[in-house]
Structures are given as structure tokens and as C-alpha cells.
Design a protein around this ligand. Structure first.
Ligand code: HEC
Length: 101
């Protein structure tokens, strides 16, 4: 298990109980954590206190930007960190057969 996975596991235990940890981290989440370690840390730290954390690769960039614009006062992190977080969470455009509109 990678360090990031161990860390995520610890975060999930805090948030949702040990059961969440029995499930392996999805490939999309593992790849996103490896590519954006700082955003992953913020995500584990701040993004599950009000709702179930939004999983990497499950929202479009547009949806994330719109949602996170409303989050500025909810999690106090810098603009660069917000941008990193959007990239961390956004679905990779190359992973869909449907061309972007
Ligand atoms: C203080 C509470 C709070 C925190 C902390 C918080 N959220 Fe939210 N989030 C909300 C609420 C409330 C909504 C419902 C829609 C709205 O009012 O924005 C929401 C909605 C969302 C949505 C849109 C709905 C969806 O399922 O796509 C996304 C994406 C999201 N949050 C991501 C995040 C991320 C990423 C973080 C960590 C930086 C975060 N949230 C931290 C309260 C919070």
C-alpha cells in the first residue's frame, strides 16, 4: 500500500468508520492522489466535514468550478490550492468517448 493510500485510509476511518477502509481506493482516486498530493491532503482534511467527499474523476471541471466558487468561505485555502483541487477532482477529459460540448 502506498503512503498516500495509507493516509487516505486513515482519513476515511476518521470520517466514515473502518468499514470505508475495507474497500480499495479506486484507480482514479489513487492516480489523482499521486498527481496532486497537496490537493489530496486538503481534500482528506477539509472536504468531508459537511458532506460525503466528492471523489476524484466524478465531476466535470465546470461543475467543480461552479460548486467550489460557493465554497470559498467554507474551506479557507488559497486560490492556487482551489485550482489544484479542481484539477485533482476533475474527470480526465481523455477518459470519455463523448467529445466535450
Ligand atoms: C462548511 C461545509 C462544507 C465544506 C467544508 C465543504 N462543502 Fe462542499 N458543499 C457544501 C454544501 C452545503 C453544498 C450544497 C450546495 C451548495 O450550497 O454549494 C456543497 C456542495 C458541494 C459540491 C457540489 C455538489 C456535488 O455533489 O457535485 C461539490 C463538488 C463540493 N461541495 C465539493 C467540496 C470540496 C472539494 C470540499 C473541500 C474543499 C468541500 N466541498 C467542503 C458544504 C461544504
Amino acid at each position: 500500500m502506498t503512503r498516500a493510500a495509507v493516509w487516505l485510509c486513515a482519513a476515511l476511518i476518521t470520517v466514515g468508520g473502518a468499514a470505508a477502509c475495507a474497500a480499495p481506493v479506486s484507480p482514479a482516486t489513487a492516480a489523482a492522489i499521486a498527481a496532486h498530493p497537496r490537493a489530496a491532503e486538503i481534500w482528506g482534511d477539509k472536504c468531508a466535514s459537511c458532506h460525503v467527499p466528492v471523489e476524484p474523476g466524478t465531476r466535470t471541471t465546470e461543475a467543480l468550478r461552479a460548486a467550489l466558487a460557493k465554497h470559498r468561505s467554507r474551506a479557507r485555502i488559497t486560490s492556487a490550492e482551489w485550482d489544484d483541487l479542481v484539477e485533482f477532482l476533475a474527470a480526465a477529459p481523455a477518459r470519455t468517448a463523448i467529445p466535450p460540448r
